[in-house]
Ligand binder design. Sequence first.
Ligand SMILES: [Zn+2]
Length: 246
Amino acid sequence: MGKKYFTLSFDDGLEQDKKVLELMKKYGLRGTFNLNSGMFGLQGEVKGIGTFSFQDCEAGIRHHWPFSYVPHNRIPEDEIRDVYAQMEIATHGYRHEPLGKVNDSMMQRSVNQDKEILERLTGKQILGHAYAHGSTSPAVEQHLKAQGYLYARAVLPSGGFEYPENPLNFRPSSSVIMGNTMKLVKKFLEAEADDRDLLLYLWGHSYEMDYGKGAASWDGLERLFAAVAGREDIIYCTNSEAFLRI
Ligand SMILES: [Zn+2]
């Protein structure tokens, strides 16, 4: 009999992560936060909506989103250890480098520097990576493997629950802000893990909830968390626990 795993993944280490963490704790969910250690504490704002969110928007909403501005402030270094104490931290590129597009020495520096700083901050081995801009290559995967990485996440959704064949370049099931993710959650709740394990892997950026539109809202995120939480047949875990099948 297979097992059902659920995990969350949030990128960039933003102040809004604190609100996501509160909700995760409220619903007993676990996950991984992908940080850029060369950008701690940077302040800014972001216009419009994150990467792939237009696909599932209703008509009309997309006309408003590009004109929304929300805060994009990164958590400072001295708070990292405490803020993420209960969850896993993974690398996301020292300064958010697209690893598949930079030269080998920059790619290696981006990974190694980030890993070293995050391991020093947390006192734990870093086992995972999320590809900034979804950018990777066979050379990047090979480097991560040599550095002891267990898994690395891309960006485009798979829309399914299959465990990936290549854990060093896999697609998440979906994003928390896509309109059809709730349907996917329902499908996952009904799915039976017969002879193999199933994995529902959702990712996002916490700032996207500040847009307050449909699934990209704090209410939407809480509805999603409430829908998936509290099942005895689901293992709620961090990304590395999902890949270690703990
Ligand atoms: Zn990012």
